[in-house]
Design a binder for this molecule. Structure first.
Ligand SMILES: [Zn+2]
Length: 602
């Protein structure tokens, strides 16, 4: 890159310009001491801080889809268009960034992630099917993980994967007691919708045969005789274990773990995330998250709180936070996961030895809803009345049909227009329903990587070929006008945006089969589902999501033009640079010591 280095003062000025009043004032004070000259100069100059040129610029702006150059000033985009015109903003101190034939896009927006969970899981033992492809290897990895801990210490392992690992099945209480006789042990699958505990863990968490189920669709599984099996289903059932999670013991530890998660997202070109429920839903974690993103700005955060734990954060209101962290809405879970028989289906799961033994799905099972009777309507009505944007986890086709009915009932009493309520994941969804979503102003976000990672098993063993063909109907949702987005549900799957784009375009499984050719989208459409659409979904489309004059300078520089890449190679395109609010937060050619945000006194 033809980069000229920038002074720390100028970078901070960029942030001061983009950030909220509070942060801006704070930075403004610091700058008035440290960078007086720069401020004075900036006040009178009318030239760009940085101009990008020399590659493809894909703006995602329908009025001007491509451009030759882009200029930014004080954290915002000030000129987009022909190089000769944009260069008119060039001044004495303007940096020139030569794209060297690469492509500049608006920064990616991951529409559904769980950073607090990712931060906690950093300290957990990975036993995933990706690394341990046989049952023997998985058990060996678990045994090794247990041995690393002194007697009595909690052991947390994630990635138990009976889907990828043939014959692994569900671990029994006896097996877990045998492998960890002197340690409390907690094992969770990739998706995190259930957990398996040994007897010691149950005892230390205080979960006994008399413990009532927590509700919200969550429960402590019991056998026919009423004894605990060690299986915990859905997040609210994990609460008694959460204090034991091996969570960072200090707010500093939390901040470091979370910042590592955000830094990895910045390295992938992600400039905004939507946190879809803080999965450690305590006031302490919320405060640490909000304060971290203010004290050490890196990427932007749109935050949904968890409805079932909202009393922890009673006084919060919509849009509270600061420029990089805004509280947006409430997350509600209506059903669960396809891999634990909790996805709510119109027709039963496929019944075979695999679904019975590996997933514990009984013949004829169709999953279940987490809500009964009018409960969901009452909750949605309350959330809507209080001004929240509502996001509902709806995985199965019946889950979508039922929640849509409830949403329409809410709409019949009070307009939903422009609230942008949304449905999450949508593994199975009747395409015709998207017309109704669009009519009610409801949007959709797709957990597209189910196709890549588990598509084969979903087709062959869990859903059958006919349903697998119409999984995750992204194209139908687009055609209906619901402005759908893509998400990784990190830490479930990697957040690498171009991998999600690749799956949306190819609908290819890891093994190379295509599922549902009718629902493929173009590369440009998939990119839109990772940029402008998710920005729109959180009411941020006036600030981010496309490259247009007046928007924040959140940009990603890719090594090649994705529109010219082979579809099956999209996921391998490198991210060369990531810019947030006019600040370079990631540069592939640098190691950590040229991280420009490091050492700044924000
Ligand atoms: Zn999620």
């Amino acid at each position: 890159m033809g980069m000229i280095s920038t002074s720390a003062c100028k970078q901070r000025f960029g942030y001061a310009a983009l950030n909220s009043r509070v942060l801006g004032v704070f930075l403004g004070l610091a700058l008035s001491v440290a960078c007086t000259a720069s401020n004075d100069h900036a006040a009178v100059r009318n030239t760009a801080d940085v101009i990008f040129f020399g590659g493809t610029i894909l703006t995602m702006d329908e009025a001007q889809p491509t451009a030759e150059a882009v200029a930014i000033q004080e954290g915002r985009i000030v000129s987009v268009g022909r190089r000769v015109d944009v260069m008119k903003t060039h001044g004495r101190e303007t940096e020139l960034v030569d794209l060297n034939g690469g492509a500049l896009l608006p920064g990616f927006h991951n529409a559904h992630v769980h950073p607090a969970l990712a931060a906690v899981a950093e300290g957990w033992e990975e036993i995933s099917g990706f690394k341990n492809p046989t049952a023997e290897a998985t058990w060996a990895a678990l045994a090794k993980a247990v041995q690393k801990h002194p007697p009595g210490e909690w052991v947390f392992a994630y990635g138990w994967d009976p889907i990828l690992v043939k014959g692994l099945g569900t671990p029994t209480l006896e097996q877990l007691d045998e492998i960890a006789p002197v340690n409390p042990l907690f094992v969770t699958p990739q998706g995190g919708h259930q957990a398996f505990l040994n007897s010691r863990a149950l005892a230390e968490a205080g979960i006994t045969g008399d413990t009532p189920d927590p509700g919200h669709g969550a429960y402590y599984e019991r056998d026919a005789g009423g004894a605990l099996t060690g299986r915990l289903v859905e997040q609210p059932a994990f609460f008694p274990v959460q204090q034991k999670y091996g969570m960072p013991q200090s707010s500093r530890g939390w901040r470091e773990s979370m910042q590592r998660v955000f830094r990895r997202h910045a390295e992938m070109g992600v400039t905004s995330v939507t946190t879809m429920g803080i999965m450690i839903p305590t006031k302490e974690v919320f405060d640490i998250y909000r304060d971290l993103t203010e004290a050490e700005p890196l990427i932007r955060h749109n935050v949904f709180l968890t409805w079932y734990a909202r009393d922890q954060l009673e006084n919060l209101k919509v849009d509270e936070g600061h420029s990089l962290f805004r509280v947006k809405g409430m997350k509600i879970w209506y059903d669960g996961s396809p891999y634990s028989a909790t996805m709510l289906l119109e027709d039963p799961y496929v019944d075979n030895e695999f679904t019975r033994a590996a997933l514990g799905i009984n013949a004829g099972a169709r999953g279940h809803a987490n809500w009964k009777g009018d409960e969901l309507f009452v909750a949605m009505q309350e959330a809507h009345r209080d001004g929240w944007q509502i996001a509902v986890h709806t995985q199965g086709d019946r889950a979508l049909r039922e929640t849509l009915q409830v949403m329409e009932r809410v709409a019949s009493q009070s307009s939903l227009v422009d609230r942008r309520h949304r449905f999450e994941h949508l593994m199975l969804a009747e395409p015709a329903l998207f017309e109704r979503l669009a009519q009610a102003g409801i949007s959709a976000s797709f957990h597209i990587q189910h196709i890549h990672y588990y598509g084969q098993v979903l087709r062959d063993s869990i859903l059958g070929a006919e349903r697998a063909e119409r999984m995750l109907p992204l194209r139908s949702a687009m055609l209906a006008g619901t402005r759908p987005s893509l998400h990784s549900d990190h830490p479930m799957f990697s957040s690498t945006p171009m991998e999600l784009v690749q799956t949306a375009v190819t609908r290819s499984t890891r093994e190379g089969d295509q599922l549902g050719a009718n629902e493929t989208v173009s590369i440009a459409e998939a990119l839109r589902a990772m940029t402008l659409n998710p920005a729109w979904q959180v009411h941020e489309e006036d600030r981010t999501g496309s490259i247009a004059v007046g928007k924040l300078a959140d940009l990603v520089l890719l090594s090649t033009n994705p529109l010219e890449a082979r579809p099956d190679e999209l996921g391998q395109i490198n991210v060369d640079q990531t810019w947030v609010g006019g600040i370079l937060v990631w540069d592939r050619k640098c190691d950590s010591n040229c991280d420009r945000t490091a050492g700044a006194t924000y």
